[in-house]
Design a protein around this ligand. Structure first.
Ligand SMILES: Cc1ncc(COP(=O)(O)O)c(C=O)c1O
Length: 383
Protein backbone atom coordinates (compact mmCIF):
# COMPACT_ATOMS: atom_id res chain seq x y z
CA UNK A 1 0.00 0.00 0.00
CA UNK A 2 1.10 3.57 -0.68
CA UNK A 3 1.49 5.92 2.28
CA UNK A 4 -1.01 8.77 2.19
CA UNK A 5 0.58 11.74 0.38
CA UNK A 6 -1.81 14.16 2.05
CA UNK A 7 -0.38 13.02 5.38
CA UNK A 8 3.14 13.38 3.95
CA UNK A 9 2.40 17.03 3.10
CA UNK A 10 1.20 17.58 6.68
CA UNK A 11 4.43 16.08 8.03
CA UNK A 12 6.60 18.26 5.79
CA UNK A 13 4.78 21.33 7.07
CA UNK A 14 5.23 20.20 10.66
CA UNK A 15 8.97 19.75 10.17
CA UNK A 16 9.27 23.32 8.84
CA UNK A 17 7.21 24.67 11.72
CA UNK A 18 9.45 22.87 14.19
CA UNK A 19 12.34 24.84 12.68
CA UNK A 20 10.41 28.04 13.41
CA UNK A 21 9.19 28.76 9.86
CA UNK A 22 5.92 30.63 9.33
CA UNK A 23 4.09 28.02 7.26
CA UNK A 24 0.88 28.59 5.32
CA UNK A 25 -0.88 25.26 5.07
CA UNK A 26 -3.29 24.58 2.20
CA UNK A 27 -2.88 20.84 2.66
CA UNK A 28 -5.61 20.23 5.24
CA UNK A 29 -8.28 17.71 4.42
CA UNK A 30 -10.37 18.61 7.43
CA UNK A 31 -12.44 21.56 8.63
CA UNK A 32 -10.61 24.25 10.58
CA UNK A 33 -13.70 24.67 12.78
CA UNK A 34 -14.22 23.15 16.21
CA UNK A 35 -16.95 20.55 16.74
CA UNK A 36 -20.22 22.36 17.61
CA UNK A 37 -20.76 22.84 21.36
CA UNK A 38 -24.09 20.96 21.46
CA UNK A 39 -22.33 17.92 19.99
CA UNK A 40 -19.56 18.05 22.59
CA UNK A 41 -22.15 18.47 25.35
CA UNK A 42 -24.00 15.39 24.13
CA UNK A 43 -20.78 13.39 24.33
CA UNK A 44 -20.11 14.60 27.88
CA UNK A 45 -23.66 13.70 28.90
CA UNK A 46 -23.35 10.25 27.32
CA UNK A 47 -20.18 9.60 29.26
CA UNK A 48 -21.78 10.69 32.52
CA UNK A 49 -24.80 8.50 31.79
CA UNK A 50 -22.52 5.50 31.46
CA UNK A 51 -22.89 5.01 27.72
CA UNK A 52 -19.38 3.67 27.76
CA UNK A 53 -19.96 0.04 26.82
CA UNK A 54 -20.03 -1.93 23.57
CA UNK A 55 -22.99 -1.16 21.37
CA UNK A 56 -24.38 -3.31 18.59
CA UNK A 57 -21.74 -3.62 15.85
CA UNK A 58 -23.78 -1.46 13.47
CA UNK A 59 -24.39 1.25 16.06
CA UNK A 60 -27.06 2.20 18.54
CA UNK A 61 -30.73 2.15 17.62
CA UNK A 62 -30.81 5.94 18.13
CA UNK A 63 -27.98 6.58 15.69
CA UNK A 64 -29.31 4.20 13.05
CA UNK A 65 -32.72 5.84 13.33
CA UNK A 66 -31.23 9.34 13.12
CA UNK A 67 -29.44 8.40 9.88
CA UNK A 68 -32.60 6.81 8.44
CA UNK A 69 -34.65 9.88 9.38
CA UNK A 70 -32.11 12.25 7.84
CA UNK A 71 -32.24 10.44 4.49
CA UNK A 72 -36.03 10.26 4.61
CA UNK A 73 -36.36 13.96 5.34
CA UNK A 74 -33.65 15.27 3.02
CA UNK A 75 -34.07 12.88 0.08
CA UNK A 76 -37.39 11.09 0.55
CA UNK A 77 -35.45 7.81 0.78
CA UNK A 78 -36.76 4.88 2.77
CA UNK A 79 -34.20 2.72 4.52
CA UNK A 80 -34.79 0.08 7.16
CA UNK A 81 -32.65 -0.72 10.19
CA UNK A 82 -31.16 -3.77 8.45
CA UNK A 83 -29.87 -1.48 5.70
CA UNK A 84 -27.90 0.95 7.84
CA UNK A 85 -24.79 0.67 9.95
CA UNK A 86 -22.60 3.14 11.79
CA UNK A 87 -18.88 2.88 11.05
CA UNK A 88 -15.61 4.37 12.22
CA UNK A 89 -15.69 7.21 9.72
CA UNK A 90 -16.74 7.09 6.09
CA UNK A 91 -13.44 5.37 5.45
CA UNK A 92 -14.52 2.20 7.24
CA UNK A 93 -17.83 2.20 5.36
CA UNK A 94 -15.90 2.21 2.07
CA UNK A 95 -13.47 -0.43 3.32
CA UNK A 96 -16.29 -2.70 4.49
CA UNK A 97 -18.18 -2.27 1.23
CA UNK A 98 -15.17 -3.04 -0.97
CA UNK A 99 -13.79 -6.03 0.92
CA UNK A 100 -17.18 -7.75 1.13
CA UNK A 101 -17.73 -7.43 -2.60
CA UNK A 102 -14.45 -7.64 -4.44
CA UNK A 103 -12.74 -10.92 -5.34
CA UNK A 104 -9.32 -11.25 -6.94
CA UNK A 105 -9.43 -10.10 -10.56
CA UNK A 106 -12.61 -8.03 -10.25
CA UNK A 107 -12.33 -4.63 -11.92
CA UNK A 108 -13.37 -1.50 -10.06
CA UNK A 109 -13.94 1.76 -11.91
CA UNK A 110 -12.53 4.88 -10.29
CA UNK A 111 -12.68 8.31 -11.93
CA UNK A 112 -9.58 10.48 -11.93
CA UNK A 113 -8.76 12.50 -9.94
CA UNK A 114 -9.67 10.20 -7.06
CA UNK A 115 -9.48 10.21 -3.29
CA UNK A 116 -6.22 8.39 -2.51
CA UNK A 117 -7.83 5.62 -0.46
CA UNK A 118 -10.07 4.25 -3.26
CA UNK A 119 -7.44 2.39 -5.32
CA UNK A 120 -5.59 1.26 -2.21
CA UNK A 121 -8.65 -0.44 -0.73
CA UNK A 122 -9.44 -2.10 -4.06
CA UNK A 123 -5.89 -3.46 -4.31
CA UNK A 124 -6.07 -4.63 -0.69
CA UNK A 125 -9.15 -6.66 -1.61
CA UNK A 126 -7.36 -8.21 -4.62
CA UNK A 127 -9.29 -6.14 -7.15
CA UNK A 128 -7.98 -4.17 -10.13
CA UNK A 129 -8.57 -0.40 -10.12
CA UNK A 130 -9.50 0.79 -13.60
CA UNK A 131 -9.15 4.53 -13.88
CA UNK A 132 -11.42 6.78 -15.92
CA UNK A 133 -9.81 9.90 -17.41
CA UNK A 134 -12.02 12.96 -16.98
CA UNK A 135 -9.70 15.86 -17.83
CA UNK A 136 -11.58 16.43 -21.11
CA UNK A 137 -14.78 17.19 -19.22
CA UNK A 138 -13.09 19.38 -16.61
CA UNK A 139 -13.04 16.43 -14.16
CA UNK A 140 -16.83 16.00 -14.16
CA UNK A 141 -17.61 12.33 -14.79
CA UNK A 142 -19.99 11.70 -17.70
CA UNK A 143 -22.11 8.68 -18.57
CA UNK A 144 -20.18 8.23 -21.84
CA UNK A 145 -16.89 8.00 -19.94
CA UNK A 146 -18.34 5.35 -17.64
CA UNK A 147 -19.79 3.37 -20.56
CA UNK A 148 -16.42 3.34 -22.35
CA UNK A 149 -14.63 1.95 -19.28
CA UNK A 150 -16.95 -1.00 -18.58
CA UNK A 151 -15.65 -4.49 -19.39
CA UNK A 152 -17.11 -7.94 -18.65
CA UNK A 153 -14.98 -7.97 -15.48
CA UNK A 154 -16.32 -4.68 -14.08
CA UNK A 155 -17.89 -5.44 -10.71
CA UNK A 156 -18.05 -2.05 -9.00
CA UNK A 157 -17.67 1.68 -9.48
CA UNK A 158 -16.80 4.15 -6.73
CA UNK A 159 -18.38 7.58 -7.24
CA UNK A 160 -17.43 10.63 -5.21
CA UNK A 161 -19.43 13.82 -5.68
CA UNK A 162 -18.56 16.44 -4.46
CA UNK A 163 -15.11 15.17 -5.28
CA UNK A 164 -11.97 15.27 -3.22
CA UNK A 165 -9.66 16.61 -4.70
CA UNK A 166 -11.31 18.46 -7.62
CA UNK A 167 -14.32 19.86 -5.75
CA UNK A 168 -16.39 19.05 -8.84
CA UNK A 169 -19.99 17.91 -8.61
CA UNK A 170 -21.71 15.50 -11.01
CA UNK A 171 -24.98 17.24 -12.00
CA UNK A 172 -28.01 15.25 -10.71
CA UNK A 173 -29.35 14.49 -14.22
CA UNK A 174 -25.97 13.07 -15.30
CA UNK A 175 -25.69 11.16 -12.02
CA UNK A 176 -29.05 9.54 -12.69
CA UNK A 177 -27.98 8.55 -16.22
CA UNK A 178 -24.82 6.97 -14.80
CA UNK A 179 -26.89 5.04 -12.25
CA UNK A 180 -29.27 3.85 -14.99
CA UNK A 181 -26.36 2.59 -17.08
CA UNK A 182 -24.83 0.78 -14.09
CA UNK A 183 -28.21 -0.75 -13.24
CA UNK A 184 -28.59 -2.02 -16.82
CA UNK A 185 -25.13 -3.60 -16.68
CA UNK A 186 -25.59 -5.09 -13.19
CA UNK A 187 -22.64 -3.18 -11.72
CA UNK A 188 -22.40 -2.39 -8.02
CA UNK A 189 -21.94 1.22 -6.88
CA UNK A 190 -20.42 2.88 -3.85
CA UNK A 191 -21.21 6.58 -3.61
CA UNK A 192 -18.90 8.39 -1.24
CA UNK A 193 -21.04 11.20 0.17
CA UNK A 194 -18.47 12.52 2.58
CA UNK A 195 -18.92 16.09 1.24
CA UNK A 196 -22.67 15.70 0.64
CA UNK A 197 -23.66 19.02 2.23
CA UNK A 198 -20.74 21.04 0.83
CA UNK A 199 -22.33 22.20 -2.39
CA UNK A 200 -22.43 25.85 -3.43
CA UNK A 201 -25.39 27.26 -5.36
CA UNK A 202 -26.40 27.11 -8.13
CA UNK A 203 -25.11 23.51 -7.85
CA UNK A 204 -27.50 21.26 -5.92
CA UNK A 205 -27.05 18.81 -3.06
CA UNK A 206 -27.76 15.36 -4.47
CA UNK A 207 -27.70 11.87 -3.02
CA UNK A 208 -28.05 8.69 -5.06
CA UNK A 209 -30.27 7.59 -2.17
CA UNK A 210 -32.98 9.82 -3.66
CA UNK A 211 -33.18 7.67 -6.82
CA UNK A 212 -35.96 5.11 -7.42
CA UNK A 213 -35.51 1.88 -5.44
CA UNK A 214 -34.66 -0.27 -8.50
CA UNK A 215 -31.64 1.94 -9.22
CA UNK A 216 -30.46 1.44 -5.66
CA UNK A 217 -30.52 -2.36 -5.56
CA UNK A 218 -26.71 -2.54 -5.89
CA UNK A 219 -25.87 0.75 -4.18
CA UNK A 220 -23.93 1.39 -1.00
CA UNK A 221 -24.01 5.00 0.22
CA UNK A 222 -20.96 5.79 2.37
CA UNK A 223 -21.35 8.87 4.52
CA UNK A 224 -19.56 10.69 7.27
CA UNK A 225 -19.95 13.11 10.14
CA UNK A 226 -16.33 14.21 9.80
CA UNK A 227 -16.66 17.16 7.46
CA UNK A 228 -20.27 18.30 7.89
CA UNK A 229 -20.02 18.59 11.66
CA UNK A 230 -16.27 19.18 11.98
CA UNK A 231 -15.92 15.80 13.72
CA UNK A 232 -12.90 14.25 12.00
CA UNK A 233 -11.38 12.96 15.23
CA UNK A 234 -14.58 11.38 16.54
CA UNK A 235 -14.63 8.73 13.81
CA UNK A 236 -18.26 8.33 12.91
CA UNK A 237 -19.56 7.48 9.47
CA UNK A 238 -22.19 5.16 8.06
CA UNK A 239 -23.14 2.82 5.27
CA UNK A 240 -26.59 2.49 3.73
CA UNK A 241 -26.83 -0.61 1.57
CA UNK A 242 -29.11 -3.52 0.66
CA UNK A 243 -29.76 -5.91 3.54
CA UNK A 244 -27.48 -8.76 2.44
CA UNK A 245 -24.54 -6.47 1.66
CA UNK A 246 -25.04 -4.78 5.04
CA UNK A 247 -25.09 -8.16 6.78
CA UNK A 248 -21.73 -9.03 5.26
CA UNK A 249 -20.29 -5.64 6.17
CA UNK A 250 -21.46 -6.13 9.75
CA UNK A 251 -19.61 -9.46 9.84
CA UNK A 252 -16.36 -7.84 8.67
CA UNK A 253 -16.72 -4.98 11.13
CA UNK A 254 -17.78 -7.31 13.93
CA UNK A 255 -14.55 -9.27 13.60
CA UNK A 256 -12.30 -6.24 13.15
CA UNK A 257 -13.19 -3.08 15.06
CA UNK A 258 -16.71 -3.83 16.38
CA UNK A 259 -18.88 -0.76 16.95
CA UNK A 260 -17.51 2.74 16.56
CA UNK A 261 -16.97 4.61 19.82
CA UNK A 262 -20.14 4.63 21.92
CA UNK A 263 -19.65 8.22 23.14
CA UNK A 264 -19.00 9.46 19.62
CA UNK A 265 -22.20 7.71 18.51
CA UNK A 266 -24.21 9.70 21.06
CA UNK A 267 -22.52 12.87 19.81
CA UNK A 268 -23.42 11.94 16.22
CA UNK A 269 -27.10 11.54 17.17
CA UNK A 270 -27.06 15.11 18.51
CA UNK A 271 -25.21 16.31 15.40
CA UNK A 272 -27.98 14.98 13.14
CA UNK A 273 -31.01 15.72 15.29
CA UNK A 274 -29.96 18.84 17.22
CA UNK A 275 -29.76 22.48 16.05
CA UNK A 276 -28.16 22.83 12.61
CA UNK A 277 -27.14 26.52 12.86
CA UNK A 278 -23.46 25.72 13.18
CA UNK A 279 -23.52 23.78 9.90
CA UNK A 280 -25.04 26.83 8.19
CA UNK A 281 -22.39 29.09 9.72
CA UNK A 282 -19.58 26.84 8.56
CA UNK A 283 -21.04 26.60 5.05
CA UNK A 284 -21.42 30.40 4.88
CA UNK A 285 -17.75 30.79 5.76
CA UNK A 286 -16.65 28.21 3.17
CA UNK A 287 -18.83 29.98 0.59
CA UNK A 288 -17.06 33.28 1.26
CA UNK A 289 -13.59 31.74 1.14
CA UNK A 290 -14.33 29.78 -2.01
CA UNK A 291 -15.46 32.87 -3.91
CA UNK A 292 -12.43 34.83 -2.77
CA UNK A 293 -9.98 32.03 -3.55
CA UNK A 294 -11.34 31.28 -7.03
CA UNK A 295 -11.16 34.91 -7.98
CA UNK A 296 -7.62 35.23 -6.60
CA UNK A 297 -6.39 32.06 -8.35
CA UNK A 298 -7.83 33.14 -11.67
CA UNK A 299 -5.88 36.39 -11.45
CA UNK A 300 -2.55 34.60 -11.34
CA UNK A 301 -1.31 34.51 -14.95
CA UNK A 302 -0.64 30.98 -16.17
CA UNK A 303 -2.78 29.28 -13.55
CA UNK A 304 -6.18 27.94 -14.59
CA UNK A 305 -8.88 26.53 -12.37
CA UNK A 306 -12.18 24.75 -13.01
CA UNK A 307 -15.17 25.81 -10.93
CA UNK A 308 -15.24 23.56 -7.84
CA UNK A 309 -18.97 23.39 -7.04
CA UNK A 310 -18.45 21.51 -3.79
CA UNK A 311 -16.19 20.27 -0.96
CA UNK A 312 -13.53 22.74 0.26
CA UNK A 313 -10.83 22.40 -2.37
CA UNK A 314 -9.71 24.20 -5.50
CA UNK A 315 -7.76 22.17 -8.04
CA UNK A 316 -5.81 24.50 -10.34
CA UNK A 317 -3.58 23.42 -13.21
CA UNK A 318 0.08 24.46 -13.09
CA UNK A 319 0.91 22.78 -16.40
CA UNK A 320 1.98 26.05 -18.03
CA UNK A 321 4.84 26.35 -15.52
CA UNK A 322 6.22 22.86 -16.01
CA UNK A 323 9.41 23.30 -18.02
CA UNK A 324 13.15 23.10 -17.45
CA UNK A 325 13.96 21.86 -13.97
CA UNK A 326 10.35 22.10 -12.90
CA UNK A 327 9.08 18.92 -14.51
CA UNK A 328 6.13 17.84 -12.41
CA UNK A 329 3.48 19.24 -10.10
CA UNK A 330 5.39 17.50 -7.28
CA UNK A 331 8.45 19.63 -8.17
CA UNK A 332 6.21 22.71 -8.11
CA UNK A 333 4.75 21.78 -4.71
CA UNK A 334 8.09 21.00 -3.10
CA UNK A 335 9.75 24.19 -4.40
CA UNK A 336 6.78 26.23 -3.20
CA UNK A 337 7.20 24.68 0.22
CA UNK A 338 10.96 25.27 0.27
CA UNK A 339 10.96 28.80 -1.08
CA UNK A 340 7.65 30.19 0.18
CA UNK A 341 6.83 27.87 3.10
CA UNK A 342 3.44 27.16 1.60
CA UNK A 343 1.92 23.69 1.58
CA UNK A 344 -0.23 22.46 -1.30
CA UNK A 345 -0.91 18.85 -2.27
CA UNK A 346 0.47 17.49 -5.52
CA UNK A 347 -2.31 16.45 -7.91
CA UNK A 348 -0.35 13.36 -9.02
CA UNK A 349 -1.21 11.85 -5.63
CA UNK A 350 -4.82 11.82 -6.85
CA UNK A 351 -3.97 10.60 -10.34
CA UNK A 352 -3.84 14.09 -11.89
CA UNK A 353 -0.28 15.13 -12.69
CA UNK A 354 -0.02 18.85 -13.46
CA UNK A 355 -2.55 19.95 -10.85
CA UNK A 356 -2.43 21.06 -7.21
CA UNK A 357 -5.03 20.72 -4.50
CA UNK A 358 -5.54 23.83 -2.42
CA UNK A 359 -7.71 23.39 0.65
CA UNK A 360 -9.66 26.42 1.83
CA UNK A 361 -10.42 24.84 5.17
CA UNK A 362 -8.27 27.59 6.62
CA UNK A 363 -8.74 31.22 7.65
CA UNK A 364 -9.12 34.17 5.27
CA UNK A 365 -5.84 35.56 6.67
CA UNK A 366 -4.01 32.36 5.74
CA UNK A 367 -5.69 32.29 2.33
CA UNK A 368 -4.64 35.86 1.63
CA UNK A 369 -1.07 35.28 2.77
CA UNK A 370 -0.80 31.98 0.86
CA UNK A 371 -2.05 33.47 -2.41
CA UNK A 372 0.43 36.34 -2.04
CA UNK A 373 3.19 33.76 -1.68
CA UNK A 374 2.01 31.64 -4.63
CA UNK A 375 1.78 34.77 -6.82
CA UNK A 376 5.32 35.78 -5.83
CA UNK A 377 6.61 32.28 -6.53
CA UNK A 378 4.95 32.10 -9.92
CA UNK A 379 6.29 35.54 -10.85
CA UNK A 380 9.81 34.34 -10.13
CA UNK A 381 9.22 31.30 -12.33
CA UNK A 382 8.26 33.54 -15.22
CA UNK A 383 11.35 35.76 -14.89
C1 LIG B 1 -13.58 11.71 -0.37
C2 LIG B 1 -13.42 11.26 1.03
N1 LIG B 1 -14.08 10.16 1.43
C3 LIG B 1 -13.99 9.68 2.68
C4 LIG B 1 -13.21 10.33 3.62
C5 LIG B 1 -13.15 9.70 4.98
O1 LIG B 1 -13.49 10.51 6.00
P1 LIG B 1 -13.81 9.91 7.44
O2 LIG B 1 -13.27 8.54 7.51
O3 LIG B 1 -13.16 10.84 8.39
O4 LIG B 1 -15.30 9.93 7.53
C6 LIG B 1 -12.49 11.47 3.26
C7 LIG B 1 -11.61 12.14 4.22
O5 LIG B 1 -10.76 12.93 3.89
C8 LIG B 1 -12.61 11.95 1.93
O6 LIG B 1 -11.98 13.05 1.52
Amino acid sequence: MQASSTLAAMQAAEALRAEGADVVDFGAGEPDFDTPQNVKDAAAAAMQAGKTKYTATGGTRELQQAIIDFYAQAFGARFERGEVMATSGGKQAIFNAVVTLINPGDEVLIAKPYWVTFPEVVIFAGGIPVFIETEDTGFVLSVEQVAAAITPRTKLIILNSPCNPSGRVIPPAEFQKIMELLHDRGIYVITDECYLRFVYPPAEVFSAASLPAELRSKLCVAGSFSKTYAMTGWRVGYALAPREWTRQMLTVQGHSTSNTNSIAQAAAVEALTGPQESVGEMLAEYTKRRAWLLNALRQIPGLSCNEPEGAFYAFPSVQSFLQGELKTSADFASRLLREEHTVVTDGAAFGAEGYLRISYATSMEQLTEGITRISRFVERLRD
